[in-house]
Write a protein that binds this ligand. Structure first.
Ligand code: NAG
Ligand code: NAG
Ligand code: NAG
Ligand code: NAG
Ligand code: NAG
Ligand code: NAG
Ligand code: NAG
Ligand code: NAG
Ligand code: NAG
Ligand code: NAG
Ligand code: NAG
Length: 335
């Protein structure tokens, strides 16, 4: 019985190759051609993964970077010199992405949006990009183009909002994926000083004994709606009445902090000219209230003029109405 079975099996085995079982044929094929299949398999894996890693991933990474937002929540400009200042800045990243790649420290050029040249470069520290992540910058920045910074300072002075552009090519890494370089081009909208709208001389007095030629003192109120804390040094302002120069006002060691600033002011005013104006027969200021035009003259730090702040100050004219009769009455002068 066993012989018959063996014979039957033999006859099966001995049948022509075309009649072999499918499994056996496949097995035989693989035994012989396994290396071809391995190569094909590797090639397919590579063809699928390489584009993901080297084409789709960089694109996704770039898309995420493009979609992220940047807010500047504080910006301190301290120790200015004509070609540098200390910058302390806090930025907050906004992102809806589910990826949180690491963005390596990179050199970013900073400019007023639309300007021909950046005014400085800032080394942005390494950050893990996720919603709400903060980036702290603390460095002395060199003004690569002080003129461009003057234009930025002027834009900050004159506008309700300014647009700051930050541009760089950082390297980025997500998990175990390779490092890829992305273009970082963000425009941050920041509040400006809006022409110092609301500026006011809240108090002023004639000094009976002048100090260094300064014969008036008082207090000015300067609102700063921006997040910027700006050290401007010794600020000089030109005073005029109806186009006629009347002297200067000084804001010593002016540091504009965000919010309301109430700072002391001293002035050197041509009192002879003021009194002549009020006592003239054609005195247009019969109520004793004189409109003074205030224009920025200069900003000086450690004896050096800061041309960019001078430019910003000079771009703005302010008018304040001062009750001179009242100030004169205080020192016992009745006109
Ligand atoms: C991202 O922004 C850059 C620069 O603004 C632009 O060139 C690019 O086309 C954008 N990339 C994608 C993937 O949207
Ligand atoms: C950034 O500012 C915009 C507009 O001021 C605001 O809508 C957004 O929530 C802020 N994002 C972050 C991350 O603070
Ligand atoms: C900024 O850096 C300077 C010097 O590197 C340091 O003295 C100062 O404390 C830092 N300021 C902040 C707020 O981190
Ligand atoms: C960055 O994007 C702005 C528009 O948002 C564009 O005007 C500017 O040319 C871009 N900068 C670079 C260096 O591509
Ligand atoms: C102005 O100067 C007088 C002295 O001449 C002084 O008494 C007064 O406190 C000063 N006022 C202000 C606001 O600085
Ligand atoms: C600033 O002053 C304005 C009016 O002069 C006032 O309404 C506002 O509350 C003040 N803000 C702060 C932060 O003190
Ligand atoms: C003050 O004004 C008078 C009259 O306008 C003028 O003669 C005089 O030169 C002025 N003094 C100064 C220091 O500018
Ligand atoms: C600035 O003030 C100085 C005197 O301190 C004066 O000679 C000069 O003309 C002023 N400059 C401007 C632009 O008003
Ligand atoms: C402003 O002027 C005063 C007096 O001339 C000086 O002591 C002070 O150091 C100056 N401030 C700055 C920031 O240069
Ligand atoms: C400021 O006023 C001066 C003279 O009063 C004028 O020459 C100048 O153009 C004005 N500047 C601005 C920005 O209005
Ligand atoms: C100016 O001050 C005088 C004296 O204090 C006062 O009588 C007068 O009403 C004031 N004028 C105005 C317009 O406030």
């Amino acid at each position: 019985m066993s012989t018959t079975k063996t014979a039957a099996m033999d006859s099966v085995t001995a049948s022509p190759p075309a009649r072999r079982s499918f499994g056996a044929r496949v097995g035989g094929h693989f035994k012989k051609w396994w290396w071809v299949h391995l190569i094909v398999f590797i090639a397919v894996v590579l063809i699928i993964t390489l584009p993901i890693v080297y084409v789709a991933y960089p694109k996704i990474a770039q898309d995420d970077v493009n979609d992220s937002t940047l807010n500047v929540t504080s910006m301190v400009i301290a120790n200015p010199t004509p070609d540098s200042f200390e910058l302390l800045q806090t930025q907050v990243i906004g992102s809806h992405s589910s990826y949180h790649p690491k963005i390596y420290s990179f050199l970013a050029s900073v400019s007023l949006l639309g300007a021909a040249n950046p005014f400085t470069s800032v080394q942005v520290p390494t950050v893990k990009s996720k919603d709400g992540a903060t980036v702290n910058v603390n460095q002395t920045v060199d003004l690569s183009d002080a003129g461009a910074f003057g234009d930025f300072a002027e834009a900050v002075m004159l506008n309700e909002e300014v647009q700051l552009n930050i541009y760089g090519r950082p390297e980025l890494k997500e998990g175990s994926l390779p490092t890829t370089t992305v273009t970082y081009n963000k425009t941050v909208t920041m509040k400006g000083l809006n022409k110092l709208k609301g500026f006011d001389v809240t108090e002023f007095h004639i000094m009976t004994s002048p100090v260094n030629g300064r014969n008036m003192n008082g207090t000015v109120y300067i609102p700063n709606p921006s997040v910027m804390d700006i050290s401007m040094g010794n600020v000089t302002l030109d005073l005029s009445v109806a186009g006629q120069p009347m002297g200067y006002s000084y804001l010593d060691n002016l540091e504009l902090v965000p919010g309301n600033n109430t700072v002391p002011m001293t002035s050197t005013v041509n009192q002879t000219a003021i009194i002549a104006l009020l006592t003239a027969t054609d005195n247009p200021y019969t109520d004793g209230v004189i409109p003074f035009t205030i224009t920025g003259n200069s900003s000086v730090w450690d004896g050096k003029e800061l041309p960019y702040f001078t430019q910003a100050l000079a771009a703005n004219n302010l008018t304040v109405y001062l009750n001179v009769t009242k100030a004169l009455a205080e020192i016992g002068l009745k006109l």
